[in-house]
Design a protein around this ligand. Structure first.
Ligand code: COA
Length: 327
């Protein structure tokens, strides 16, 4: 029995934008009880970009999207699906995607929505966009990860504020040239892990007066989950297509901690030079981290036509996910 042929879709262009303000570990150490030595040795982070009041999520997302459209050689009018992955939207409503749509001048018939899977948000949005493209209802998608994590941090809490940064990254997905295309995706979430990583304030749940409302994390537990989940989902994804880690030319993992990236390399049995990392310069930009890293990897010439690329992430939820792309 023959199955209907699903056309192939892939990444046609990438773009990114980070705020201009660079904040080094030494600068942070002036206001928080920490040091460059502690932060760098535990996380690999040297500096991060922090947004000012003028750098809204919309502003960062639009700049990243324009760069991705230019890279793809497409006009905004070609886009009919826009997903913004973020857990720090400009407003609870309307969706950031509609604000980005207006600034980019996308057609009224564009499907626009935000998606929150925290640091796994970009991979969730990538999978969703692929499914909608494959359904035949859309032709070209803009998938953006954009975050202003600086707004949800307690800048007196050294255990969290040193880890994160702000930024945006975008990809354009569309019909793939022969031989390339998205190969497989896989998503998941572990029930009952709410309290390991959360922002307790800002939603509709009332908070007791004086209760903390900033990002909270049980770092050690999250670390262990990150390594295990990214290793497992990577292996499952590859096995689902009869592939092994050795087939992967480049892994672009969520940029949370260089030690986590080194651990996954070890678990997968891959040399570290098959990984792309820029966490040293941006910190953890949550949903923006993979598209920001993917864009830098492309511009650095790390991806060649035909390469098998693995995107893999974890985040609050706890969520996890991966995507395999034949470049
Ligand atoms: N500067 C100096 N000391 C710090 C510090 C900082 N910024 N943050 C924590 N410390 C201290 C702690 O207070 C603790 O001191 P104590 O032993 O006197 O109690 C000590 O350093 C060790 O803390 P610990 O939390 O055990 O360190 P760690 O080696 O586990 O590293 C993380 C902490 C957060 C870097 C690490 O657990 C991690 O990266 N976890 C994953 C987080 C993550 O990826 N989050 C994003 C999810 S998308």
């Amino acid at each position: 029995m023959s199955s209907p042929t699903v056309p192939a879709f892939t990444v046609l262009g990438t773009g990114s934008r980070a705020p201009e303000r660079v904040v080094t570990n030494d600068e942070l150490a002036k206001t928080v009880d920490t040091s460059d030595e502690w932060i760098h040795s535990r996380t690999g982070i040297r500096e991060r970009r922090l947004a000012g009041d003028d750098d809204s999520i919309t502003h960062l997302a639009v700049a990243a999207a324009r760069a991705a459209l230019a890279d793809a050689g497409l006009e905004p009018a070609a886009i009919d699906l826009l997903i913004v992955a973020t857990c720090t939207p400009d407003l609870p409503m309307p969706a950031t995607a509609t604000l980005v749509q207006a600034e980019l001048g996308l057609p009224a018939a564009t499907t626009c929505f935000d998606l929150n899977a925290a640091c796994t948000g970009f991979v969730y949005a990538f999978d969703t966009a692929w499914a909608l493209l494959a359904s035949g209802r859309h032709r070209h998608a803009l998938v953006i990860g954009a975050e202003k994590m600086s707004t949800v941090l307690d800048w007196n809490d050294r255990t969290t504020c040193v880890l994160f940064g702000d930024g945006a990254g975008a990809v354009v997905l569309g019909p793939a040239p022969a031989g390339s295309g998205i190969v497989a995706t896989k998503l998941g979430a572990i029930p009952g892990t709410r309290d390991l990583l959360l922002i307790p304030g800002g939603g509709s749940t009332p908070l007791a007066p004086g209760a903390p409302r900033h990002l909270q994390m049980k770092g050690r537990e999250v670390f262990k989950f990150a390594v295990r989940a990214m290793d497992e989902v990577s292996r499952e994804l590859l096995a689902s297509r009869g592939l092994t880690p050795a087939d992967v030319a480049l892994v672009v993992p969520h940029q949370a901690n260089l030690r986590i990236i080194h651990a996954i390399a070890e678990y997968l049995g891959l040399p570290y030079d098959r990984f792309f990392a820029n966490v040293d310069r941006y910190g953890n930009t949550s949903a923006a981290s993979i598209p920001l890293a993917l864009d830098e990897a492309c511009r650095a010439g790390r991806l060649r036509r035909g390469d098998l690329v693995l995107l893999v992430a974890f985040g609050a939820g706890l969520t996890y996910g991966g995507a395999l792309v034949r470049w």
